[in-house]
Every structure is written in C-alpha cells, then in structure tokens.
Design a binder for this molecule. Structure first.
Ligand code: AMP
Length: 174
C-alpha cells in the first residue's frame, strides 16, 4: 500500500509533467547541451604558440596558464596543430636532455580533431574518449573560437547532475 502522503498522479498531473520535461530549463539537463553553451560560461580564450616556438617557451606557457595543451597557429591564426604535455613527456623520454631547444613543429600533432559550437557536448566527449585525447579546439566557419577540455565537459555535466538532483528534491519535497 502506498504511504499516506503519496497521491497517485492523475491524468492532469501527467500532462503537466510532460510540459515541464519539454521546457528550456529541463532541456539543459537532458544531454542537449551544446559546445556554444559551455563556451558562454567558459569564454573564448585560446592559448596558442607558433610552430617555430621552442619547447622551452611552451613549458613556461603551460605552467603560467595552468593548462595542458596549446594550439599551434600560423600568422593568420589558422590552426596548424596541437601540442599537449603528453607530447612533451614522450619527447623527454626519447631525447633526454635535448628536448627544450626543439621546435613545436617537431612535436605537435598535425591532424587536429575539432568541433563546432553547435556540436553536442555528449558527442564531443565521445570523440575525445574514442581518440584518447583531452582537448578539442572549437572552430566556427574556419575561425578558432574556443577550446573544450575533458575537464570542462565533466565539470559542466556534474553541475547539470547537481541541478537535476536539486530539482528532483524540490519536486519530491515540494
Ligand atoms: P591530450 O590527452 O589532449 O593531452 O593529448 C594526447 C595526445 O593527443 C597528444 O599527442 C596530443 O597532441 C593529441 N591531441 C590532443 N588533442 C587533440 C585533438 N583535438 N585532435 C588530435 N589530436 C589531439
């Protein structure tokens, strides 16, 4: 038997619930979040270097900006590659004591997987997981407009889940 405080939903209640599930507010929590929405909160700042810079320059920037990867751009800000701390660690093991003077172009990954502001975060996360990388530059009409990291996506999702939990609590407690 249902507890006394419990009231079975009526037809009207069910209709009301389905309206709520279609609202913009609840859509935020349903896996429909886009890269653009994340960037609205995070901003469009992108840290970059040129292919001619040295690894000595890169490690200073990675430390100062507290980030794990830099985009490599040409003089017109076109994306040429990406260089992450993983690339540097790999090179340190291959060329001990000789890595810092090397050029970014020698270490960077040239085939960069990018996403667009309209992409769903769920899809971006899948691409990152499948490709085993943690950074995804955002490109809109050929122009760099941000960077999404796996930490951003996970952090955003945790916020969504906390919000969902709060909403459910409010619905239950009233
Ligand atoms: P990460 O996990 O992002 O530190 O990078 C791991 C490896 O993947 C490194 O060799 C990076 O150069 C490379 N990488 C990182 N992000 C991307 C990306 N969006 N597309 C292609 N390669 C990437």
């Amino acid at each position: 038997m249902a507890p006394q405080s419990y009231q079975a939903p009526t037809q009207g209640d069910l209709e009301q619930n389905s309206t709520v599930s279609q609202s913009a507010e609840s859509n935020l929590s349903s896996g429909s979040t886009t890269v653009a929405e994340l960037l609205e909160k995070k901003g469009n700042l992108v840290f970059s270097v040129t292919a001619e810079d040295t690894i000595a320059d890169v490690v200073v920037t990675l430390r100062d900006k507290r980030i794990g990867a830099l985009l490599v751009v040409d003089e017109n800000s076109n994306l040429e590659g990406i260089l992450s701390e993983r690339d540097i660690v790999r090179k340190l093991a291959e060329t001990p004591g000789q890595t810092l003077p090397q050029k970014v172009s020698d270490l960077m990954t040239k085939d960069v997987v990018t996403c667009s502001p309209n992409d769903l975060l769920v899809g971006v996360l899948k691409k990152m997981t499948d490709g085993r990388f943690r950074h995804m530059p955002v490109v809109d009409n050929g122009k760099l407009c941000g960077m999404v990291t796996i930490g951003d996506v996970v952090g955003y999702r945790i916020n969504e889940l906390e919000y969902e939990a709060l909403r459910m609590k409010q619905l239950i407690v009233g």
